[in-house]
Design a protein around this ligand. Structure first.
Ligand code: NAI
Length: 247
């Protein structure tokens, strides 16, 4: 049997990039998929593109808005029988050195990543703890949250905060069989990174043991592992998917 047969997975920010690759990996393993994205049209299109018919739906949702996140969870449980996997993946960057970063740039990045992951974790755990078979929540952090990256004081703070959130939540909901884990990707080829200046890209490649950029599908495999019973005795863990960078 496939790894996620009959289970329902919500992935935020999954109209494109890493989130969409996670949706593809989950769909291939038999899951019902809820593509959630701030761009509602793109979410609906991405759900159709998965090619699994009514096993996938698209929902418009701003993860920084508590009402939107609660509505997202309701949409998932209305469409499918249960909520088994929730991936907090939606993200943005507003890079600048502290001299140039405005309070708005700081607040927006914290709101989408940290507040968004907290809202998603809380809403998903509320449903999962009442189910008989628990559930799996996966939070997408970043290696930037482990080591701190220049020009990313907002993003590094948010991504480090997600690790604290993951561990605290794992302690709160473990009794109900709900697992909460995190993934820290390194440099991955997505629309978020394709505009990177070539000299910065060259410098970053030199730091990576495998000497190359990662693909979204390679992050998705680690997320699939955490989402499935293959990681049944893991909670509060952080997996680095970096090709060997900042070890
Ligand atoms: P992306 O920019 O390709 O996709 C992000 C998606 O999130 C988009 O579809 C966007 O519409 C959606 N989104 C943005 N704000 C939202 C909001 N408020 N509510 C709902 N959806 C929203 O980004 P990518 O590269 O796929 O990143 C996915 C996650 O992986 C992010 O959390 C990012 O920080 C993280 N990550 C990415 C790395 C990379 O190298 N690409 C490295 C480490 C972490």
């Amino acid at each position: 049997m496939a790894l996620l047969t009959g289970r329902t997975a919500v992935i935020t920010g999954s109209a494109q990039g890493i989130g969409y690759a996670i949706a593809q990996a989950f769909a291939a393993e038999g899951a019902n998929i809820v593509i959630a994205d701030i761009n509602a049209t793109a979410a609906t299109e991405a759900a159709a593109k998965l090619g699994i018919g009514d096993r996938a739906i698209g929902v418009g949702c701003n993860v920084a808005d508590g009402g939107d996140v609660d509505a997202l969870v309701k949409a998932a449980t209305n469409a499918f029988a249960s909520l088994d996997v929730f991936v907090n993946n939606a993200g943005i960057t507003r890079d600048a050195t502290m001299r140039k970063m405005t309070e708005e740039m700081f607040d927006l990045v914290i709101a989408v990543h940290l507040r968004g992951s907290w809202l998603g974790t809380r809403a998903a755990a509320n449903v999962m703890r009442d189910q008989e078979n628990g559930g799996s929540i996966v939070n997408i952090s970043s290696i930037s949250g482990k080591v701190g990256l220049l020009g990313q004081t907002n993003y590094s703070a948010a991504k480090a905060g997600i690790i604290g959130l993951t561990k605290a939540a794992a302690k709160e909901v473990g009794f109900a069989g709900v697992r909460v884990n995190a993934v820290q990707p390194g440099l991955i080829r997505t629309p978020m990174t394709e505009t990177m200046r070539s000299d910065i890209m060259e410098a970053r490649l030199k730091e990576i043991a495998l000497g190359r950029v990662g693909e979204p599908a390679e992050v998705a495999q680690a997320v699939l592992f955490l989402a499935s019973d293959m990681s049944s005795y893991m909670s509060g863990a952080v997996l680095e998917v970096t090709g060997g960078r900042h070890m």
